[in-house]
Design a protein around this ligand. Sequence first.
Ligand SMILES: C[S@@+](CC[C@H](N)C(=O)[O-])C[C@H]1O[C@@H](n2cnc3c(N)ncnc32)[C@H](O)[C@@H]1O
Length: 266
Amino acid sequence: MSATDVDPVEAWVEALYAEALADLRWPELRKGVQALSALYVHGRDKGDLAPRAAEGRGKAAAFRCFFAPLHLLVARALVASLPGPGPEEALPRQLLDLGCGSGAAGAGVGLQLAAWGSAPEIDGVDRVAEHLPYARRTYAALGLRAKLRSGSLPGALGQPGPGQLLVLGWSLNELDPAGRIATVAALRRALDRGAGLLLLEPLSTKISPWWPELADALAEIGVSEHLFKERIPLPEKLRDMDKSAGLDHQLLGCRALHRWPRAPAA
Ligand SMILES: C[S@@+](CC[C@H](N)C(=O)[O-])C[C@H]1O[C@@H](n2cnc3c(N)ncnc32)[C@H](O)[C@@H]1O
C-alpha cells in the first residue's frame, strides 16, 4: 500500500458509518452499541440470542458498525500470530464462515491469508438471512471472493474436508446446548476428514464455560489453543464510538482453537 492509498478496512468502516448515520443520529447508534453490549453480557438468560441481537435499527447498525469491525481486526491479528501449516497441512483454499453475521471474522481471516498470498473463496452461512447482504458487501469491499447461504448449524456445516477451514467467529456461544453439542460433533467429524478449524470466542469464558473441556478434547487431534491479546490501532470512527459509549477496546483479544486443514490431494 502506498502512502496515498486508503486502507480498505478504514474505507469499509467509514462506509458502514456513513450508511448508518444516514438513518440514525450518533446518539441513537451509541445507544445501539450500549444495548447490544449489555445484551451480549447480561441478556442471554432469555434464550435465542441471534434474532434478538439483530432486532431494532440501533442494535442492527451497532452490530455492523462496531462489533463486526472489532471482530475483523482481532481475527486478522490472531491469524497473523499463528504458526504456519505443518507437514501434510496447507493454507486453506476455502473458508466456511459459519455464523458469518455481516462477514467480519471470515473477512479478517481471508485478509490475512490474502496477505500471505493465498486468497481462499469464502462460503458464508448464517441462520439470520438479514445479515447475508451485509456479509456479501463486506467480503466484496475487502476484495474477497465469496458466496452466501442461509442455514443453521449444525446442518449447514455439510461434509467439509481437506483444503477447507471452518471459521466460527463468536458464533458457537449463541447455540443452545443441544445445538452446540451436535455442532461440536459435526466439527470433530470434519476435522477427522482433514478440514481445518478456527474457533474464536471471547477471552472471558463467562459465556463459554464449556471451553476448557472442548479445548482438551480437540487437543487430542492436533487442535491448539491460543489466548490472544494485543493493542490494535482502531479506525477513527471505532475509536470515537468506543469513547462515546464508555467502552474501552484499546486492547483487543480472543481465545482460539486452531488447526490448519490437511493439504488436498494434488
Ligand atoms: C456474535 S455474531 C458473530 C458474527 C460474525 N461471525 C462476526 O465475527 O462478527 C454470531 C452470529 O452467529 C449466528 N448464529 C447463531 N446461531 C446460529 C446457528 N445455529 N446457525 C448459524 N448461525 C448462527 C448469528 O445469527 C450471528 O450472526
